[in-house]
Design a binder for this molecule. Structure first.
Ligand SMILES: Nc1ncnc2c1ncn2[C@@H]1O[C@H](COP(=O)(O)OP(=O)(O)OP(=O)(O)O)[C@@H](O)[C@H]1O
Ligand SMILES: O=P(O)(O)OC[C@H]1O[C@](O)(CO)[C@@H](O)[C@@H]1O
Ligand SMILES: [Mg+2]
Length: 491
């Protein structure tokens, strides 16, 4: 049996539905049942509580008069009919990858949603990430055992990197009689969930495989943002404030704050925009250089002369090419195959100190603050808690309705079911030719470090900004101080 074919349905005026798999696609004659929510006094009074079978959500809300209706995803929510009886369900929950505020809230709401909405009492927690399926015991999760966990950071189930052995995981799913798996994690985790789904389908198991996107870096595409992102940005303000206080209290003070963001600089960008005290934000997507005209040192000198102090926010993945060139790193990988990053915060702080010691233009005082793990180990804030609740409940409705092979996610403010292949096909990055980065540059007044030459018209005579609005990719040329040229793609 080959990989699942994408279920793409076309309609009039360029309407496209990128649908998600359903258990009935590969298991014939599955019985359906009356949704127990119809008898639940909380929901039965709500008009149109059940999602219409044809409800879909557009991927793009910015459209032109003549543009096609474009891609849509299935709207999440409860269906009139379900494919599981309450006492038939044996659910399992696992958390994988790095921590993110809100993990415990999602666990809690999955357990409570299953229990209170669908009468499901058998929910297992898989401990320690993917490898926990085959190397650890499970723990029984009940509404009372998860009560209050949303007030704690981390994950009560534990997490890990590496250890994804598809066959062993699916053997464990089969042996334990698990028929709904809720997999909470980032881009790597969703790739793992996708191969678990394929193997479950190959074996013909009646088991819904559901991904719940968790990414503090916000590097998962399609979705509006990950749960926990707002909390992390808020927590980062504390470090930026401290850096600002330290910097403005001394002559020529510089505060450097390193924030998370392996390949995507969203936390640094949003924390900078939120703070307004930041003079320079460096992210992986925007290459920078230190020496010479237009370089970082020149800008620091200008800012200090002008303002007497400055704050630099740097994402951990920024400038890695500069560091590895100077440190001859051996490109180590973690257990999941992610590149282990060198400490750019320490490196840049040392370089700035060395520069001013060498040049003797200004006597600076630099303080380096590294709050990286602090911003992801905190409990989620109120708005992320609400987000986690809706996300978890949507995931449960989909599994009960027999959908599988999907990631539950917020698209343009609506809960949707997105097929795994759309989640795993690319990474979400800050587009430096997009308006948000321009807003940041205009708020900090930092140099862009690049000369972006983007042609205004493509071969069809279409304006490049229109392309951005359409969600198409746009190519630009980046020229660094040495005249080296690279290509930037904005999607
Ligand atoms: N291509 C893949 N196929 C199967 N499993 C994968 C794949 N990539 C990663 N995984 C598994 O997914 C789990 C989590 O991956 P990873 O450590 O990359 O974190 P993540 O989910 O991307 O989260 P984050 O990067 O936000 O911390 C690991 O157990 C890893 O083995
Ligand atoms: O030290 P750990 O647990 O591998 O996690 C670090 C990485 O996890 C993330 O928080 C999420 O991928 C990154 O920002 C960071 O590089
Ligand atoms: Mg990842």
């Amino acid at each position: 049996m080959g990989l699942t074919e994408p279920k793409v349905v076309s309609g009039p005026s360029g309407y496209v539905l990128e649908d998600v798999p359903h258990l009935s696609d590969y298991i014939p004659d599955l019985p359906t049942y009356h949704n127990p929510l119809q008898d639940n006094p909380a929901y039965s009074v709500v008009k149109q509580y059940f999602v219409h079978v044809d409800d879909t959500v557009p991927q793009k809300v910015v459209v032109h008069k003549d543009s096609p209706r474009g891609t849509h995803f299935r709207r999440a929510g409860p269906r009139q009919k379900v494919y599981f009886e309450s006492d038939e369900v044996q659910a399992a929950i696992v958390t994988c990858g790095g921590l993110c505020p809100g993990l415990n809230t999602v666990i809690r709401e999955l357990v409570c949603g299953l229990h209170h909405m669908y009468g499901v009492t058998r929910v297992l927690g898989i401990e320690g990430g993917y490898k926990g399926f085959y190397s650890r015991n499970t723990i029984a999760l009940t509404p009372s055992s998860v009560n209050g966990i949303h007030k704690r950071g981390g994950t009560i189930l534990g997490t890990s990197r590496g250890g994804h052995d598809t066959n062993k995981i699916v053997d464990s799913i089969q042996d334990r009689g698990i028929n709904q798996v809720y997999i909470i994690g980032g881009d790597g985790t969703q790739k793992g969930a996708s191969v678990i789904f394929e193997e479950v389908r190959r074996r013909g198991l009646k088991c819904s495989v559901v991904g719940i996107p968790k990414t503090i870096d916000n590097d998962i595409p399609i979705i509006d943002k990950s749960f926990g992102f707002d909390t992390a940005v808020e927590e980062a303000q504390r470090a930026i404030n401290a850096a600002h206080v330290e910097a403005e209290s001394v002559e020529n003070g510089i505060g450097v704050v390193k924030l998370m963001g392996r390949d995507s600089g969203f936390i640094a960008m949003y924390a900078t925009l939120a703070s307004r005290d930041v003079d320079c934000c460096l992210i992986p997507e925007s290459p920078f250089y230190l020496e010479g005209p237009g370089g970082l040192y020149e800008y620091i000198e200008e800012r200090l002369k002008e303002n007497g102090h400055m704050v630099i926010v740097i994402a951990e993945g920024a400038g890695q090419e500069l560091l590895s060139a100077s440190m001859e790193s051996d490109k180590k990988k973690d257990a999941s195959g992610n590149k282990v990053l060198l400490d750019v915060g320490l490196w840049i702080s040392q370089n700035i100190k060395d520069y001013f010691a060498r040049e003797k233009t200004l006597a600076i005082t630099l303080k380096y603050i590294d709050p990286t793990y602090m911003i992801r180990a905190v409990p989620s804030n109120a708005s992320d808690n609400v987000y986690c609740t809706l996300l978890a409940q949507s995931a449960v409705h989909g599994a009960m309705a027999g959908y599988t092979g999907y990631t539950s996610g917020l698209v343009n403010g609506r809960q949707t079911y997105i097929p795994f292949y759309r989640i795993t096909e690319r990474r979400n990055n800050v587009v430096i030719t997009d308006r948000m980065w321009a807003r940041l540059l205009s708020s900090t007044n930092q140099p862009s470090f690049i000369d972006v030459e983007v042609s205004n018209k493509d071969e069809n005579g279409k304006n490049s900004l229109d392309q951005l609005a359409d969600g198409h990719c746009l190519e630009g040329t980046l020229v660094d101080e040495n005249g080296s040229i690279s290509t930037a793609i904005a999607c």
